[in-house]
Design a protein around this ligand. Structure first.
Ligand code: 7TS
Length: 397
C-alpha cells in the first residue's frame, strides 16, 4: 500500500489521519490513473470521431462495467455516474418525486441520516405536498424495526436509509429494511456512502432499488459518484438534468431522451475521476474487501476498548454491528476544543454534527469528536489518538 500523503508531517508530528469517513486518502495507483488520463488520454467522450475520444470513451465505459461487477448490478445500464452521493440522492429524489410523489404521500427516512439523505427528500416532499416519516433509533444507535414497520401506510412511496451511519457507525439491517418495504410495494434507496469502502456490497442480494455512493470515500478522486438504480424503476424516472448526451433528438418543439444510463448523464462527465474510480476499485479488490473490513473491525474493537479506558470519555453509537467509526465526547469538553488540540499533535479527526444534526438533537449534544478508519489505519494510529487524549484531558476537564 502506498499512500504518499500519509508521509506528511503536521506541526512536527507524524500525520495520524483519522478522518476517513469524511474522505479517504488516495493510493498511488489512483493518483497515477488520474495524472495518466490527463497526460495521455484527455478528450471528451461519446462525441469525438478521433482516436483520443474513442480511447477515453472505451476506458470510461470499462469503469461502468467494473462498477457494475463491484456492486453486482444486473446490467451496466443500471450504473449512472454522478458527482457523488449527494448528487445521486438528489437525482433520485427529484426524478422520483416528480413522477411518483403527490399530496398526502409519505417518504420514510431513518433518524440517523446524513443531511444529504434528508434534505433532497424534504425538497421533493415540499414540491409534491408530501411529508417525511422518521424511523427512531435506540440510545445504542440501533434502528427500531418495530416502529419502522408501523410507519407504513397506503401513502408510503419511498424508504431512504443509510447502510452505515457516518456518525454512529451503525451498520443497518438493509436486507430486512428492504424486505419490509417491498412487502408494502414501496421501493428503497440505500445511502451506501459509508459502506462501500468497508464491506462487500451486492445490490441484488440487498434487494434495494437504488444504491448511492461517492468515489472519494473509497480511495477514488473527489468529483465522481455512483447511482445504481434497478432498471425497471430507473426506466420509469424522468430525466434529472437536461443537456448534451442525455438526448436522442432535440427540436424546439420536443425532445426525446437517450437510453439508460446516458439519460441521466447530462453534460461532460468527470472522465479522469471516473478512471480514478476504476483504479480505486482495482486497489480494493487487490487488498480484498473482506480483508479491509476485518482489519477495520479489529481496529474498532481495539479503539473502543482503549478509548473507554480514558476516564470521562463517552462513546455515542454502541450498536452490536458497527463499522470503523467512533464518535465520542471527553467529559464536558466541547468537541471543537478537543479536535483543535488533537490537530496540534498531528491527529486529524472530525468534530461537530457531521451533517447529522437530528442525531445530535436525539442525544442532546452539540456534536462529537469522530475518529474513522480505513485500510491503512494502524494500531499505532489508535495508540497515538489515545495518548493525545490522555495528554489533553487535564487541559479540558
Ligand atoms: N451520506 C453519508 C452517510 C455520508 O457520510 C456522506 C458524507 C454523504 C452522504 C454525502 O457524501 P458526498 O460525497 O456527496 O459529500 N459524509 C461526510 C462525513 O461524515 N464527513 O464529511 C462528509
Amino acid at each position: 500500500m502506498d499512500f504518499p500523503i500519509l508521509d506528511t508531517n503536521v506541526y512536527n508530528h507524524r500525520l495520524v489521519y483519522l478522518d476517513n469517513a469524511a474522505t479517504t486518502q488516495k493510493p498511488r495507483q489512483v493518483i497515477d490513473a488520474l495524472t495518466g488520463y490527463y497526460l495521455t488520454l484527455n478528450s471528451n467522450i461519446h462525441r469525438g470521431a478521433h482516436y483520443l475520444a474513442a480511447q477515453a470513451t472505451e476506458r470510461y465505459e470499462e469503469v461502468r462495467t467494473k462498477v457494475q461487477r463491484f456492486v453486482n448490478a444486473r446490467s451496466s445500464k443500471e450504473i449512472v455516474f454522478t458527482r457523488g452521493t449527494t448528487e445521486s440522492i438528489n437525482l433520485v429524489a427529484s426524478s422520483f418525486g416528480r413522477a411518483f410523489l403527490g399530496p398526502g404521500d409519505e417518504v420514510i427516512v431513518s433518524g440517523m441520516e446524513h443531511h444529504s439523505n434528508i434534505v433532497p427528500w424534504q425538497l421533493a416532499c415540499e414540491l409534491a405536498g408530501a411529508r417525511l416519516r422518521v424511523i427512531p433509533f435506540s440510545d445504542e444507535g440501533v434502528l427500531d424495526m418495530e416502529a419502522y414497520g408501523s410507519l407504513f401506510s397506503p401513502h408510503t412511496r419511498m424508504v431512504a436509509c443509510a447502510h452505515v451511519s457516518n456518525t454512529l457507525g451503525t451498520v443497518n439491517p438493509v436486507r430486512e429494511i428492504v424486505a419490509i418495504a417491498h412487502d408494502h410495494n414501496v421501493p428503497v434507496l440505500i445511502d451506501g456512502a459509508q459502506a462501500v469502502a468497508h464491506m462487500p456490497v451486492d445490490v441484488q442480494q440487498l434487494g434495494c432499488d437504488f444504491y448511492c455512493f461517492s468515489g472519494h470515500k473509497m480511495y477514488a478522486p473527489m468529483g465522481v459518484g455512483v447511482m445504481y438504480g434497478r432498471e425497471e424503476l430507473l426506466s420509469q424516472l424522468p430525466p434529472y438534468q437536461g443537456g448534451g448526451e442525455m438526448i436522442k433528438d432535440v427540436t424546439f418543439e420536443r425532445t426525446t431522451y437517450n437510453e439508460l444510463p446516458f439519460r441521466f448523464e447530462a453534460g461532460t462527465p468527470s472522465v479522469g475521476d471516473v478512471l480514478g474510480l476504476g483504479a480505486a476499485i482495482d486497489f480494493m479488490l487487490a487488498q480484498g474487501i473482506e480483508n479491509i473490513g476485518r482489519h477495520e473491525d479489529e481496529l474498532l474493537r481495539y479503539a473502543t476498548e482503549r478509548l473507554l479506558s480514558i476516564p470521562g470519555l463517552r462513546i455515542f453509537g454502541t450498536a452490536p454491528h458497527k463499522a470503523g467509526v467512533v464518535s465520542f465526547l471527553l467529559g464536558e469538553a466541547h468537541p471543537y476544543d478537543v479536535g483543535t488540540l488533537l490537530d496540534k499533535l498531528g491527529i486529524a479527526v472530525r468534530t461537530g454534527h457531521h451533517c447529522t444534526q437530528p442525531i445530535m438533537d436525539r442525544y442532546g449534544i452539540p456534536g462529537t469528536v469522530r475518529a474513522s478508519f480505513a485500510c491503512y489505519t494502524t494500531r499505532e494510529d489508535v495508540d497515538a489518538l489515545v495518548a493525545a487524549l490522555v495528554r489533553i484531558a487535564p487541559m479540558l476537564m
